[in-house]
Design a protein around this ligand. Structure first.
Ligand SMILES: NC(=O)c1ccc[n+]([C@@H]2O[C@H](COP(=O)([O-])OP(=O)(O)OC[C@H]3O[C@@H](n4cnc5c(N)ncnc54)[C@H](O)[C@@H]3O)[C@@H](O)[C@H]2O)c1
Length: 243
């Protein structure tokens, strides 16, 4: 019997990378997983996995999020994985990127939590996992101004929600990965021109000597989905970057 038998999980940005690995891991443990993303073509690849259903959900759209919550009803586990990385310093970040990063990295999580939390509260049980990064309040990383700023907000949001609802059966935690091999990381590496050199620079940041895998992060998602005595934490999983 899986550790999440009888539980329902909703995961955003589930079509690829960490979100996708988490869909597979939670479903393996018996959870009914609703895998959501805007990339319906990539989502379709998840159809057919036991316990998994897919649904288009744009977390930038309040209307989409509200419709999903009213159609799906109560869930046990909400994994807010959607996020975007912008490079650059404060002086190099266009206002449009700042607005977009706030919307996707911060406000979208507020949107989904506002939509799904009431039913969790009514049930007296539920767990929320928010995707942050070590590039946040954990660590200042060069050329990640808006990313670090918004991912720090995720940690603040996580702790505030944990504090407000700890006595009502709700747990809320954040995950802070180091560098993880995902389609968007591959895009960032290719965009830098010299792929091998860019990859070597990312590996060099990780004292463990390699980039992490989405599957390794999915193990922490599973842990937090089941860790009944853990709330308000921002857990680093970073190949030793923050030692
Ligand atoms: N990869 C890393 O090195 C790393 C490190 C730390 C934190 N993170 C965080 O992990 C999360 C996932 O990153 P990843 O690299 O595994 O995946 P990724 O960036 O490769 O994929 C992101 C997914 O998000 C989806 N998406 C984009 N906009 C969306 C929207 N409006 N609504 C719903 N879905 C949307 C995309 O379609 C895509 O499937 C992000 O929040 C990222 O900041 C990643």
């Amino acid at each position: 019997m899986g550790r999440l038998e009888g539980k329902t999980a909703l995961i955003t940005a589930a079509a690829q990378g960490i979100g996708r690995a988490s869909v597979e891991r939670l479903a393996q443990e018996g959870a009914r997983v609703i895998a959501t993303d805007i990339n319906t073509a990539a989502l379709a690849e998840l159809e057919g996995i036991v316990n998994v259903t897919t649904r288009k959900l744009d977390v930038l759209s309040a209307q989409d999020v509200a419709a999903a919550a009213s159609e799906i009803g109560r869930i046990d586990i909400l994994f807010n994985c959607a996020g975007v990385v912008h490079g650059g310093t404060i002086l190099e970040c266009p206002d449009a990127d700042i607005e977009f990063a706030y919307d996707l990295n911060v406000k979208a999580m507020i949107r989904t939590i506002k939509a799904f939390l009431p039913a969790m509260l009514e049930h007296g049980d539920g767990t929320i996992i928010n995707m942050s990064s070590v590039a946040s309040s954990v660590k200042g990383v060069p050329n990640r101004f808006i990313y670090g700023t918004t991912k720090a907000a995720v940690i603040g949001m996580t702790k505030a929600i944990a504090a407000d609802y700890v006595a009502q059966g709700i747990r809320c935690n954040a995950i802070c990965p180091g560098t993880v091999d995902s389609p968007s990381l591959q895009e960032r590496l290719r965009a830098q021109g010299d792929y091998e050199q860019a990859r070597a620079a990312f590996v060099a940041r990780q004292p463990i000597g390699r980039i992490g895998t989405p599957e390794e992060i999915a193990e922490l998602v599973l842990y937090l989905a089941t860790a009944t005595y853990t709330t308000g934490q921002a857990l680093n999983i970073d190949g030793g970057w923050t030692i």
